[in-house]
Structures are given as structure tokens and as C-alpha cells.
Design a protein around this ligand. Structure first.
Ligand code: IPT
Length: 992
């Protein structure tokens, strides 16, 4: 009956798939964990020559669950190293064959069968996940061969075990025929990486439970039908179903109705359902809810919902996909804390405990099948298993196992057949199998562009124009992505709700443009929302030659083929520290939207689908010069879902007078009322925030101090210029470089060509912005000012900037500087920044303190600025650095009106700042400070390679280019990109 790891066959010797009750959900000791230390030996080929009867007494010890490649991480790599490829297969494309050199792990452990299990019912081994193919033997007899790395396997071992000690032997190959259908964008990691349990299936026990818990929003009634199977797969003859809380008790299979509270991600109301037979009791936590796509709108409980989602791979930097419960809980809590309400389990069913948490905390889930064949794209999909009948049973088996395992979870609102596997003859039977097992949930499949086998029209990474068209159902007669086979297919597609299963590629510094995307999704009923790609950077903890820890990506482990840092594209850093991108996502996804409507008006909108804003407290602040000078709470009518109210500053702040002559902002923040606040939310958890500037700061008095002519230059307040007009010192601090700048260390988004133009990096390379030189043309005295004119251009190039510096003294310690910059010539594209660059001599620049006023506290960019708010902040230069796994531009602070740096020579203050770009003047500048140059930042491959160079590098910019998501998606939109245009930076410098 058995084959081998190259067989294209569904698993053999295994039990039919069944549901998974949460831990503790099955009464009595029916599960014994077999996790812990096992014996292990790694072989070079699948035919290891080791008998399954060999107990491996003198082999190595290894921890199960775990991947063998990470057994010693981050310090040693005793069993090979991880390999990262995105679409590419790391083996020749030759299905079902794999290389003979095929790392294969032999696992051994002993186990005892608990007293009382033998002689009544069955004894079963359960594996939650083994990557990629395994052969399972007990006491020397091979019982099963299985695969489906992210799916469970159960084997009946009753007839093979005895009282006393039994030997379990598992052979696991890294490569198998199944590798061809598991080509997800992630690390190739092998082994028994999810838990293993020994279980008892008592005679007459509960084998499988199917829950139908529907909710009728018109009547407020729930309908419950719980179908129960015995372990033999047949309807259970005498199972009883009870919900104590509702006073319900009924034979299994019967339909009962009762007035209930519905489940939603907003209010995740669960009920305990007890399923009892004479032999066994199982408790499930269920939720009453309905899902529908009728009318082309995705609804839950009758209301249109928006999925403010993320794509989640399972990942821990030292453990790969062998994730702990703590990490699963951390993910769910972090999602809730960042206003995320949905998760696509990209691209496979997760550890089942994750779904228990989604039910409990309230997250909508698209549960995705374990199938991706992306690497066939390089062969124009020739040979794709999805279009080969030989693979049909394998692929149908996979979706059946997912649905059977997970269908009782209220959080799961949609099934997905898999990812990036194109179309073909096996899609229909997969779709039909899901539909047959569960007619209640919509099915998602993005990769077949006819969407014949999908209940939603799902897309990845379209640009805004296309998104707008799709959201409005006005795609032209033929869609942009190629003609569809028939008019009927096209017409049907138009009737489906629309969603973005991936968008806003969060690689490196980004995503930019989230607000623009979500505004379109919010504005159109057809749009069911979207899922940011992706949740967490999959950087693997490793060490450099000096023993410093860093997070490795593709290419750091000696792979012959790899896809570099494409694996580091999450909203969380590998250690689960939120990146600025996640902080921004929290602001954009906030359930209470607070946006500027007019100069002094904010609109508050309830974005919940079900809740009023009764649980929300609104707090206002008046912020003058960064300092909160008045604050209070304001009452708001409990807006119904979708409703909005306009608030005018004067009405909210009442009698409070605006302080004179300073910049004044009105900030409005929404928090949980204490009595309504759930456990996962901290008191300061923001449900929404908005701000408007009510008053501009007044310009500082004109500088009237005198300048001193020296033998070899000029003294202007604290500034020293040499005879050639170069700034050589500020107070007691030497200036190593001062010139205009227009470049940045390219982000990964900057590096990619967008769909329509050259990459930004290329647009900056052509004029040589990364090697600007400034040549002074004139130095002169103009009344009380020293005026220096210059031209800056890239070595080897002609394009450049006309520059005019005006220096004026205020007094001994203070001077005003105006830098006027005029791009000259015809430019190929954008600029990275436009402003003044200073490199100041300052040992240990990282620990310099910065006290500043502006939009903070974190970094922000023109198209990623919703999370920033006006305030007065304090950081070190080090804290201004964001350690993207692949170093690149980071750390910009916008709207900075004042900043004081604690230099060795005394405090240095930049104040009275103002920027003019394209004729428009605003308060403040964009400020960036680093202990290394942009060149060093661009050259480093990992943050641990960056070394302070004894200088404090300061960018004082009039503007900085937005971020966009061109690594996979559009570049910054015209409103947030920086195109060559005259700019002025104005600042007052005080030293001492
Ligand atoms: C898309 C994949 O679905 C996802 O797994 C990931 O690889 C992402 O790209 C890139 O980070 S597919 C792409 C061709 C649109």
C-alpha cells in the first residue's frame, strides 16, 4: 500500500480528518503530549538505511516541536541552514522528483500508553504539522506515510502498541513531491515542528463535531445545529448537545433556536457548547454569526463589514514556524492593539490554537489551504500540479483536512483554496469539496482570474486608479488583467464583493500610502477591505563574526539561490517590536476616524459595523509650541455605525483662549471608556486621533546683529565661515561638511521600478545625487548678511542645484540661516529630499540627546503620517534610528519647529524653522540625525554593520520624498512624492 516521498498520493495509513477541540476542551486525560526531547539523526538521502526498529540510543537529542535547521540557532547550525526563496524552487523543477541529496531526519522516542486505554477504544498518534513528508512507525512497523506540512495527521496505533514502553520512529524528508505544492514565500525549514500527542478515542466517544451556529439579525435569534460523528465517521447514536447559559439541551443533529448575542470581531461573544456521549464530553466555544456575499457585499450578521487585515505567516526568529503559544497570543493581542480586525493565514492553516485565540479576542479569519505552486510561473505554468489530474486527490485532500479541522471556529469567515497556484482542472474539485463540507462560508481563490471558483473578486497590489474602478464596479468591458473567456464569467465577476488579499507591501521602510488605499476601500460598498502584506519580518536570528546578533535574510546562510530581503517585509520586526509601519496602520485602521474637514473642524466617524460609540471617550487638547496648554473631554452623541459628526474647535474648547504668537494645534483623541475597556487594551490605547493647526507660529524677530570680518573669513554669531564661504564651525563644534543634499539611502521601495516609470533610485543615480559636490561661486557681504552662492551637482553630471546661503547674526550665540535651492535642468524623476546637510564633529553621536518639538514621537513621511502628532519629545540620536533589517533611509521627523542637541561643546538649537517648497511655506522642517552617513547606511547589509564615524549627520530638509510601496505596488502619489522644485529652508541656530 505504501509509496515513497516522490509519490503523488494522498496520505496513506491515516485516519479521516476531524475537528480539533481546544486544549482542555476534551474532558478526561485523552491527550498526552509527546513534545520534548527526542533522539535524532540527519541523513543525506531519503533512504537512510536505518530500521524503524532501531531506537537510536546513541543519536543526538533534539527538541520537538522544532525545525532541525534551527536546532542550534542562533549559535550553531548542526543540521544545515535555512534557505529562503520566494517563488523560485530551490530544487530542479521536475515533479514529482527531487534531488537524491535530500536531507532526511530520523526521529525516535519512547512512549507509554496510559493505563486503561488499551482494551477500550483506540489509541491514536496525532501530528499537528511535519514538513515536508513523513513515514511513521511504531515498534518497528511502518503504519503511515503523510504530508501536508501545515495540516494534521492522525494514525491509529492501537494494534501496534503494548503496555509498557513503545518505540515511535518518524522519518522526515526535506524534499518530496509535496515540495512542488508548498512553494510559499518563506524559509525552507523541515521537521516535526508542531506538537505531537498520543490520544485516546474511547468507544462511543465524540469523533467529529460540525457546528452550524447561524444568526438572524432581523430577529436576534441564533440557530444551532450540532452534528456529531463517532470515531467511525458515522452519525453518533446518542450524543447530546447542551448550552447551559441558554438553558438548551437537545439531541445532536437537532435544530434549536434561541435569542442570543451574536459573535463579531467587534464583540466576540462566545458560548460554551457541551457535546456529551456516554463515553466522552467535549466542550467547544462557539459563536452565532452569519456570513454572506449576497448582492456583491460581504456582510456579517447582516451588516457590511470592512476587513482591516494583515497577512500572517507563523514566525519566530529563533524557531521559524515552530511557534509557541506565547507568540500566538502576542500576535493576536498586538493585532487588537493596533486596530486590526482581520487576518489571512497566509499561506496555510495555522496552528489550531491561533484560531481559538481569534475566536476569543475577535478577529475575522480567512483560513487558507496549504497550496502554492508559484515557481511554475517561470515555466509559464507548464507542469503546474493544479492543472494536472494526477494531483487532484492530493489537493482536494488538503482543503478537506483544513475545513474538517477548523469549521467550528466562528472567527473563520472565509476559506481560501491556496495562494499563487494559477488556474487549472483541480481548482473546481477543490472548490466543490469545500462547498460540500461547508455551504455556509464564502470561498476565496485569487489565482484563477476568472473567479469562477471564488465567491469574492480578490486582487493583489493594484494601483489606486485600478482600485477605484474595481471598487466602483466600473472595470471596462475587458478587465485590465486580460480578457476573460466568456461574457458570463465576466458578468459574474462583477457581482462579487471585492477584496485585496494582499496590498501595502510592508518591506523595509513602509508601507506608504495606506491612507489613500483605505480611503478607497472605505468609500465603496463593494470593497470588503484588504490585508497588508505582511505581519512580521521573517528574519532569522544569527550572529556575525564578532558574535553580535542580527536577523538574517536570504543570502545570509550560503544559499545558492535566494530572494534576499523580500522575506523581511512585515509590520513587526522579528522580535515583535512594532515597526513605524504598524504604528501607522493602527492610525489608519482606527475604528474612530477623526479627520480634518476645515481649518478648525474635525469630522468624527464611527467605522464600526456593529457598535455605537458609546464605549468611546473623546479627549481634546490645545497644544501650543508642542506643549499641552489646555485639555478636556467632550461629549459625543453615541454615533451609530457609519455615522459621522462634525466638531468645531471653538465649540469644543469653549472659553479657552488660544495662546498668542505660537503655533497652536487642536488634537482630538478617542480612547476606551474605563468601564468598557477590554483586558488587551491599555488605558492609552487609541481608538482614533486627529489634529488641526489652528494658528501658525510667528516668525522670530529679524536678525539685527553685526557680522565680523576676520582675516580669513567671517564670524556670524556662533557661525565661522572661511574665506571661501564654507561653514567651518558652529559654536565650539567643528563642521566637517555642509552642503545641500537631495539623496537618501534608497529604501527597498525606492529601488524598484514601478509599473509605469523608472525606479526612484535610478532617478537619483542618473544625476548622481549620491555624490553631490558643491562649488562656491561668490561670497559677499550684503548689508548685515553674508551671502554665499554655489552650485551643487553630481560628479560626472551636469544636472544640479543653484544654491544661495544667507547668514545673519542675531547675537553672539545666535544666527539665522536661509538656504535657497533651485533645481536646474530637466530631471529624470523625483528627488529623495531637498535641504541642507551638516556633518558635525561629535564623538559618540548616538548618545546625543535631542529635545524637540514637531510631529512625533516616531518617524513619519509624507504618505505615512497619520500616526504622528504634534508634541514636545525627547530622544537620543540612537532612538531616532529605525533598524530595518536591510539598512535604508529611516528616522525622519516632520514639522520640527525646534530641536536642541546636547553636543559636547554645549547645546545646539535649531529653531524658528520654516520650509518653502514650490512656493508654499509651512512651519518647521523635516529633521534627520544619524551617527553615520547615508552612504554608510546604503552600503550596510545589516544594522550590526553600521558604525558611528565620529560625526553627527544632520539633514535639515524642506521636504522628503514619500515612501510608496513600489517594491510591490505603486510609487508615492503625486501629492506625497517630491519632484524637483525650488525650496527654501530657514532656521535660527543657537550654540551655547
Ligand atoms: C505575493 C505572494 O502572494 C506573497 O506570498 C509574497 O510573496 C508577496 O508576493 C511578496 O512579498 S505574489 C506577487 C507576485 C504579487
Amino acid at each position: 500500500m505504501l509509496g515513497n516521498h516522490e509519490s503523488i498520493a494522498a496520505p496513506r495509513g491515516v485516519l479521516p480528518p476531524r475537528f480539533r477541540a481546544a486544549d482542555g476542551g476534551e474532558a478526561g486525560s485523552v491527550r498526552v503530549p509527546l513534545d520534548g526531547t527526542w533522539r535524532f539523526r540527519l541523513f543525506a538521502e531519503a533512504e537512510t538505511g536505518v530500521s524503524p526498529a532501531d531506537p537510536g540510543e546513541d543519536w543526538d537529542a533534539i527538541q520537538v516541536p522544532g525545525h532541525w535547521q534551527l536546532a542550534g540557532a542562533p549559535d550553531s547550525w548542526p543540521y544545515g541552514k535555512p534557505v529562503y526563496t520566494n517563488m523560485l524552487y530551490p530544487i530542479p523543477l521536475d515533479p514529482p522528483h527531487v534531488p537524491s541529496a535530500n536531507p532526511t531526519g530520523e526521529y525516535r522516542r519512547h512512549f507509554a500508553v496510559p493505563r486503561g486505554w488499551l482494551g477500550s477504544g483506540r489509541v491514536v498518534l496525532r501530528f499537528e504539522g511535519v514538513d515536508s513528508w513523513c513515514e511513521i512507525a511504531v515498534n518497528g512497523t511502518v503504519l503511515a506515510q503523510s504530508h501536508g506540512s501545515r495540516l494534521p495527521t492522525e494514525v491509529d496505533v492501537t494494534d501496534a502498541v503494548a503496555h509498557g514502553v513503545n518505540l515511535l520512529a518518524v522519518r522526515v524528508t526535506q524534499w518530496s513531491a509535496m515540495t512542488y505544492v508548498e512553494d510559499q514565500d518563506q524559509w525552507w525549514l523541515s521537521g516535526i515542528y508542531r506538537p505531537v500527542t498520543l490520544e485516546h478515542h474511547p468507544e462511543g466517544g465524540i469523533g467529529h463535531v460540525e457546528v452550524l451556529a447561524d444568526y438572524d439579525h432581523t430577529s436576534g435569534h441564533g440557530t444551532l445545529q450540532v452534528a456529531v460523528e463517532g470515531y467511525d465517521g458515522r452519525p453518533h447514536p446518542d450524543a447530546v448537545v447542551r448550552i447551559a447559559e441558554l438553558g438548551l439541551e437537545t439531541p445532536a443533529g437537532d435544530v434549536v433556536t434561541a435569542a442570543v448575542e451574536p459573535w463579531s470581531a467587534e464583540v466576540p461573544r462566545l458560548y460554551d457548547v457541551e457535546v456529551r456521549s456516554s463515553a466522552q464530553t467535549v466542550v467547544l466555544r462557539i459563536g452565532f454569526r452569519s456570513v454572506s456575499t449576497a448582492g456583491g457585499v460581504l456582510t456579517v450578521n447582516g451588516s457590511a463589514i470592512k476587513l482591516y487585515g494583515v497577512n500572517r505567516h507563523e514566525f519566530e526568529p529563533g524557531r521559524g514556524r515552530a511557534v509557541t503559544r506565547e507568540a500566538m497570543l502576542a500576535d493576536v493581542v498586538l493585532m487588537k492593539q493596533h486596530n486590526i480586525n482581520a487576518v489571512r493565514t497566509s499561506h496555510y492553516p495555522p496552528h489550531p490554537h491561533f484560531l481559538d485565540l481569534c475566536d476569543e479576542y475577535g478577529l475575522y479569519v480567512i483560513d487558507e489551504g496549504d497550496m502554492e505552486t508559484h515557481g511554475f510561473v517561470f515555466e509559464d505554468w507548464v507542469g503546474n500540479p493544479v492543472n494536472d489530474p494526477a494531483w487532484r486527490d492530493v489537493l482536494v485532500d488538503r482543503v478537506r483536512r483544513m475545513v474538517r479541522r477548523d469549521a467550528h471556529h466562528p472567527g473563520v469567515i472565509m476559506w481560501s483554496l491556496g495562494n499563487e497556484a494559477d488556474r487549472g482542472c483541480n481548482v473546481e474539485p477543490m472548490f466543490a469539496a469545500v462547498r460540500e463540507l461547508d455551504p455556509t462560508r464564502p470561498v476565496h481563490y485569487e489565482a484563477d482570474k476568472t473567479y469562477e471558483f471564488s465567491d469574492v473578486y480578490s486582487r493583489m497590489y493594484p494601483d489606486l486608479t485600478e482600485l477605484q474602478e474595481m471598487a466602483r464596479r466600473v472595470d471596462g468591458p475587458q478587465p485590465a488583467d486580460g480578457p476573460l473567456p466568456t461574457a458570463e464569467i465576466y458578468a459574474r465577476r462583477m457581482t462579487l464583493p471585492f477584496l485585496l488579499c494582499e496590498y501595502a507591501h510592508a518591506m523595509g521602510n513602509g508601507p506608504g500610502g495606506l491612507t489613500e488605499y483605505v480611503d478607497v476601500l472605505d468609500a465603496h460598498e463593494r470593497a470588503a477591505g484588504g490585508f497588508i502584506w505582511e505581519w512580521i519580518d521573517q528574519g532569522i536570528a544569527t550572529r556575525d563574526v564578532d558574535g553580535n546578533l542580527f536577523y538574517g535574510y536570504g543570502g545570509d546562510f550560503g544559499e545558492e539561490l535566494h530572494d534576499g530581503s523580500f522575506v523581511a517585509d512585515g509590520l513587526l520586526f522579528p522580535d515583535r517590536t512594532p515597526s513605524p509601519g504598524l504604528v501607522e496602520a493602527a492610525a489608519v485602521y482606527a475604528p474612530v476616524s477623526i479627520r480634518q474637514r476645515a481649518d478648525d473642524v474635525l469630522t468624527v466617524r464611527n467605522r464600526y459595523a456593529f457598535r455605537t460609540l458609546e464605549h468611546v471617550a473623546l479627549r481634546w487638547e490645545l497644544v501650543a509650541d508642542g506643549e499641552t496648554v489646555a485639555e478636556g473631554t467632550t461629549d459625543l452623541a453615541p454615533l451609530a455605525p457609519g455615522q459621522a459628526a462634525e466638531l468645531r474647535a471653538a465649540e469644543v474648547v469653549g472659553e479657552t483662549r488660544l495662546p498668542a504668537e505660537t503655533a497652536v494645534w487642536w488634537v482630538l483623541s478617542a480612547y476606551w471608556r474605563p468601564e468598557a475597556r477590554p483586558d488587551w487594551a491599555a488605558p492609552e490605547h487609541l481608538l482614533g486621533r486627529g489634529q488641526v493647526q489652528l494658528q501658525s507660529g510667528s516668525r522670530p524677530q529679524d536678525a539685527t546683529g553685526t557680522i565680523t570680518v576676520l582675516e580669513d573669513g567671517w564670524r556670524v554669531g556662533p557661525l565661522r565661515l572661511d574665506g571661501a564661504g564654507r561653514l567651518v564651525s558652529v559654536g565650539g563644534t567643528q563642521v566637517s561638511l555642509a552642503r545641500v543634499d537631495a539623496w537618501r539611502a534608497p529604501t527597498e521601495n525606492d529601488q524598484r521600478k514601478t509599473f509605469t516609470s523608472i525606479s526612484d533610485q535610478k532617478a537619483w543615480d542618473i544625476p548622481g545625487l549620491h555624490r553631490l559636490h558643491e562649488s562656491v561661486r561668490s561670497v559677499s557681504r550684503d548689508g548685515d548678511a553674508v551671502v554665499v552662492t554655489a552650485r551643487a551637482a553630481g560628479a560626472g553630471r551636469t544636472l544640479g542645484f543653484g544654491v544661495r546661503y544667507t547668514f545673519r547674526a542675531v547675537d553672539e550665540k545666535t544666527a539665522d540661516v536661509t538656504v535657497d535651492i533651485t533645481p536646474q535642468g530637466l530631471w529624470p524623476g523625483t528627488l529623495a529630499r531637498i535641504g541642507w546637510l551638516l556633518a558635525l564633529e561629535q564623538p559618540d553621536a548616538a548618545s546625543v540627546d535631542i529635545a524637540w518639538t514637531g510631529q512625533g514621537p516616531g518617524e513619519s513621511y509624507a504618505d505615512s503620517s497619520r500616526a504622528a502628532r504634534i508634541g514636545r519629545w525627547r530622544h537620543t540620536v540612537e532612538q531616532w534610528q529605525t533598524p530595518y533589517l536591510n539598512p535604508q533611509e529611516n528616522g525622519a521627523r516632520r514639522g520640527v519647529t525646534e530641536a536642541t542637541f546636547s553636543l559636547d561643546a554645549g547645546p545646539l538649537t535649531l529653531a524658528g524653522t520654516e520650509s518653502t517648497v514650490g512656493g508654499r511655506t509651512t512651519d518647521g522642517v523635516t529633521l534627520t540625525a544619524r551617527p553615520w552617513s547615508d552612504q554608510a547606511l546604503a552600503t550596510a547589509r545589516h544594522p550590526n554593520e553600521l558604525e558611528a564615524d565620529g560625526l553627527l549627520w544632520l539633514h535639515v530638509d524642506a521636504a522628503v520624498h514619500g515612501l510608496g510601496t513600489a517594491a510591490l505596488g505603486p510609487a508615492p502619489t503625486p501629492g506625497t512624492g517630491l519632484w524637483p522644485t525650488p525650496a527654501t529652508v530657514q532656521l535660527r541656530i543657537t550654540a551655547g
